[in-house]
Design a binder for this molecule. Structure first.
Ligand SMILES: Nc1ncnc2c1ncn2[C@@H]1O[C@H](COP(=O)(O)OP(=O)(O)OP(=O)(O)O)[C@@H](O)[C@H]1O
Length: 276
């Protein structure tokens, strides 16, 4: 569905991507992690066609994003990290925006705004930042666009709304949809994403399905120094040492994405070598 080959992109003289390859398939929710300034938003902007690769190819549903053809735009919804909604009512905004999306469903939109408890009678600018973000997410989902690019979607959401977010995103996924979430809020991705991607040094440094991560790596707490010595990564806490080990015996454990992220940044070679 989305295929990126050998992507090179630079802002003036500052290179961001240097030969990035990535394939995203429908029916999945991808979590994109990376340090500040590694290019997560820039990658989303290239996929959406706001920015153009200097070298390499991006293809989405057979379209070249930078051409921004209407048929492509109707299949894509991008929720940016920073945005400004127009100074009109919610109903007016939906009336203006929905016609661009052939799959838009008003009932679904109302369902999501109810789930997020958004006051729908207000003008958009009278809503708080978090409420505006929830309006955007509701619209994104109600368009039924097969490609959703969500940049820091849970920033500004309160605790309850974050769990609503996970619920509605998981509920909206179907075989046609591909959802890419870029975030630093790793905890918000847990139990939601089915693929983890880590961007570093202009490339995708790690990209694995969660099922393979759970199969290949064992996450456990221990006080045993021998086990700690075998760890691929460890962190000390009052509850003991939190470890990532090679999962030789295919034990069940719950991947800790924050630990895995730190482990990959420290030692990507060893971790990637476990995923042939
Ligand atoms: N409009 C721009 N002009 C020049 N440089 C830019 C521009 N936008 C971003 N950059 C630079 O490109 C790099 C990637 O920025 P980007 O915003 O994509 O990173 P990010 O991974 O999304 O960061 P964060 O996690 O802080 O949101 C950064 O070094 C940034 O300074």
């Amino acid at each position: 569905m989305v295929s990126i080959q050998n992507l090179h992109f630079a802002y003036r003289r500052r290179p961001v991507f240097s030969g990035l390859d990535l394939v995203l398939q429908p029916g999945h929710i991808y979590g994109l992690l990376g340090r500040n300034g590694t290019g997560k938003s820039t990658l989303l902007h290239n996929i959406a066609g706001y920015l153009f690769p200097q070298q390499g190819q991006i293809e989405a549903f057979g379209f070249t994003p930078r051409k921004r053809l209407p048929a492509f735009l109707g299949k894509l919804f991008h929720v940016p990290e920073d945005f400004q909604l127009p100074d009109i009512s919610l109903a007016q905004w939906i009336n203006h925006t929905a016609p661009f999306y052939p799959g838009f469903d008003q009932q679904q939109f109302e369902h999501y705004t109810r789930e997020f408890a958004i006051p729908t009678f207000n003008g958009l600018r009278e809503l708080s930042y978090g409420q505006q973000k929830k309006v955007l997410i509701s619209l994104a989902l109600a368009t039924n666009a097969p490609l959703l690019l969500l940049d820091e979607p849970t920033n500004g959401l309160d605790i309850h709304s974050k769990s609503q977010f996970r619920k509605v995103i998981a509920g909206a996924l179907d075989d046609e949809k591909c959802i890419l979430i870029s975030t630093h809020q790793v905890k918000d991705l847990e139990n939601l994403i089915d693929h983890l991607m880590i961007l570093e040094d202009g490339k995708i440094l790690f990209h694995q399905p969660m099922s393979r991560i759970a199969e290949t790596l064992l996450f456990k707490l221990t006080f045993d120094p021998e086990e700690e010595a075998q760890a691929l990564y460890s962190e000390s806490s009052l509850k003991g040492h939190a470890l990532i080990l090679s999962n030789h015996d295919r034990e069940d454990s719950r991947p800790d994405l924050e630990m895995l992220y730190k482990a990959v940044l420290l030692n990507s070679k060893t971790i990637n070598a476990l995923f042939p």
